[in-house]
Design a protein around this ligand. Sequence first.
Ligand code: ADP
Length: 227
Amino acid sequence: MNLIFLGPPGSGKGTQAERISKLLGIAHLSTGDMLRESVARKTSLGQKAQEYMETGELVPDDLILGMIEEKLCSGGWEHGFILDGFPRTIRQAEALKKMIAKNEKEIDKAILLSVSDAEVMRRLSGRFYCPTCKIGYNYPMRLPRQKEHCDFDNTKLVRRPDDEITVVRNRLEVYKRETAPLIDFYRKELILSEIETDDGPDKVTEQLLKEIGKAKKSDSYKDRCPN
Ligand code: ADP
């Protein structure tokens, strides 16, 4: 099962991809996490990507495609994958299709996690994480027991630098301009589903599993080919 989770920042792609990848035993590939790791390790990719990430702009396609190609070539996704944060432009989507076709694979489903702009602003302004164990907290939904400190290792919680309000606004604009056109791209490929994310993370996981179950029942390309 090869899945794409689409959606604006704060729609819960990362949280859900982590849960579903564990439940299905498939790989979770997050370009945001890969880039943050490259920035932390000060690799040449990380140094090039940092300024784009800090302002909420997209990292150029060529850098992202090189990173993804390397990841896919290194294997570990034979049982399937969830792509979280990729593709984010039409060019990335077209390149992805070609890359996985080389392995005689295809995307089974692209699932859009919908959320309003106001809810994105609310969720991201309350988002904190532990820099040591990477556990996430959310005010007021998931509070740490001790104010601003991680429940597991007591490290002081921090915010992602791109969760600052002006950067979030730009990330939303960039999403609408560059990434939202993928909704139509995957609708035309007949593999798009949409899930509302207002009802809390557990309900979203439940709905995702239902959608993925439906895709499994008719997973041959011919079953969904209109001709
Ligand atoms: P979000 O919460 O906005 O979905 P991510 O963690 O997926 O955040 O990405 C963080 C940042 O990393 C983005 O704002 C962008 O600068 C960069 N990035 C991640 N994935 C891509 C991609 N596929 N193409 C271009 N830039 C990307």
